[in-house]
Design a protein around this ligand. Structure first.
Ligand SMILES: *[C@@H]1O[C@H](CO)[C@@H](O)[C@H](O)[C@H]1NC(C)=O
Ligand SMILES: *[C@@H]1O[C@H](CO)[C@@H](O)[C@H](O)[C@H]1NC(C)=O
Ligand SMILES: *[C@@H]1O[C@H](CO)[C@@H](O)[C@H](O)[C@H]1NC(C)=O
Length: 313
C-alpha cells in the first residue's frame, strides 16, 4: 500500500517535472492580452525547481517533518507537537509558489499555513491559512496582509475544490505596484501599493517563506466550536513543487535593483503592474461566489472601510 503510493507519487512527479522542463520560462509573452484567462503563475516553468532539504530548515517539530526522496514534504500534527519549516533564502519581489495537499477527512481544528514574513519590528507578512473542517465540510482559506507591523486584514473564502483531495498551487506575485494571491493561477486577492493614500506597502524589506501545521481549535473551525478529534491523528499536510522566480536578498541586494524592469526582473514589466481585464473578472467571480468574510465589509470592526479596500477590488 505504502509502496504503491510512493510509486504513484514518483510517477506523478516525473510527469510534473517533464511538464515543467518542456514548458517555456515565465515571460511577458505569457500575459494574456486577448481576453482569455492568463495563468502564468500556475503553468509556467519555475526558474528554480527547489529541493526542500536544501531550501528549508526546520524551525519547529523536527520529529514531525518528513521529506521523501521524491521531493515531497509532510508536516504532521499530533497531540504532542505540530511542525514548521522556513526558507534559507529571503526575497523581495517576484513570484513564489507552493503546491499543497491538505489534511483529509476530519481536519477540524487544524490550521495549515504557508506564508511570507519579514523579521523584526514593523514586520510585513502575506498569509495563506487553511482552516480544517469536519469530514465533508469545506475548508476555509484565510488570507491576511501585514504592512509595517499592522495586519487585521483577514479575508476568507471557500475553495472551488476539495484542497485535501489533491495538490493545488498557491502563489504570490509581488512587485512594487501590487501583491496578488493566486490559487491555481486564479487571482483571489490583490493588495495594491496605496502609499499615495497613506497606506504602508511591503517595499522596504525582504521576506522568507514559511509553512506550519498547528492546533488552532480554539478559533479555526466554525468559530472554535468544533475541536480537534485526536483519534484521527497524526494529521498530515503534504507539500510539493516549491519554486520561485524572485529577487533573492543577498548582502549586496538593494530594493531598487529588484524593482528595476529588466530581463530577469520580469515582474517589474508594466504588464504586471495591475491585473488584466480577464483577471479582474476572475477575481470578481471569486469575491462574489466564494467569499465567507472580508474585513473591508465588516462594519462592526471597521465602521469606515480601510482606505485600501476601494482600490483592491
Ligand atoms: C496522545 O496520543 C497518544 C497516542 O494516541 C496517547 O497515547 C496519549 O495518551 C495522548 N496524550 C495526551 C496528553 O492526550
Ligand atoms: C465548516 O463547515 C461549516 C458548515 O458547512 C461552515 O459553516 C464553515 O464555514 C466551514 N469551515 C470552517 C473552517 O469552519
Ligand atoms: C552580489 O553578490 C553575488 C554573490 O554573492 C554576486 O553573484 C553578484 O554578482 C553580486 N551583485 C552585484 C550587483 O554586485
Amino acid at each position: 500500500m505504502k509502496r504503491a503510493m510512493a510509486e504513484q507519487r514518483r510517477t506523478a512527479l516525473v510527469v510534473l517535472f517533464l511538464a515543467l522542463v518542456a514548458s517555456p520560462l515565465v515571460s511577458s509573452q505569457d500575459v494574456d492580452t486577448s481576453g482569455t484567462l492568463p495563468k502564468p503563475f500556475a503553468t509556467s516553468a519555475p526558474k528554480n525547481f527547489a529541493d526542500f532539504t536544501s531550501e528549508f530548515s526546520v524551525y519547529w517539530g523536527p520529529d514531525h517533518i518528513y521529506t521523501t526522496p521524491d521531493q515531497m514534504l509532510d508536516l504532521t500534527l499530533t497531540n504532542s507537537s505540530g511542525a514548521g519549516f522556513a526558507s534559507r533564502r529571503n526575497f523581495i519581489y517576484g513570484r513564489i509558489n507552493m503546491n499543497l495537499k491538505l489534511v483529509g477527512g476530519d481536519s477540524s481544528g487544524t490550521v495549515t499555513t504557508y506564508y511570507l514574513t519579514s523579521f523584526g519590528q514593523y514586520h510585513d507578512e502575506l498569509d495563506f491559512e487553511f482552516l480544517g473542517n469536519q469530514s465533508g465540510q469545506p475548508y476555509i482559506l484565510q488570507t491576511n496582509v501585514f504592512a509595517n507591523g499592522v495586519g487585521e486584514r483577514e479575508q476568507r473564502i471557500f475553495l472551488w475544490f476539495d484542497p485535501s483531495a489533491d495538490f493545488h498551487s498557491y502563489s504570490v506575485l509581488w512587485n512594487k505596484k501590487q501583491i496578488v494571491f493566486f490559487v491555481d493561477g486564479v487571482p483571489i486577492r490583490v493588495f495594491k501599493n496605496n502609499e499615495a493614500l497613506g497606506m504602508p506597502y511591503l517595499n522596504k524589506q525582504p521576506m522568507g517563506v514559511y509553512s506550519s501545521i498547528w492546533n488552532g481549535d480554539t478559533w479555526a473551525t466554525q468559530g472554535g466550536r468544533i475541536k480537534i478529534n485526536w483519534d484521527y491523528a497524526p494529521f498530515v499536510a503534504t507539500f510539493q513543487n516549491y519554486n520561485y522566480d524572485a529577487c533573492e536578498w543577498l548582502t549586496n541586494t538593494t530594493v531598487p535593483a529588484c524593482a528595476a524592469p529588466g530581463v530577469t526582473n520580469w515582474w517589474d514589466a508594466p504588464a504586471y503592474d495591475e491585473l488584466t481585464p480577464a483577471q479582474v473578472n476572475e477575481l470578481r467571480k471569486v469575491q462574489q461566489q466564494y467569499t465567507v468574510y472580508d474585513y473591508c465589509t465588516d462594519t462592526k470592526r471597521n465602521p469606515v472601510a480601510p482606505v485600501e479596500c476601494a482600490g483592491n477590488l
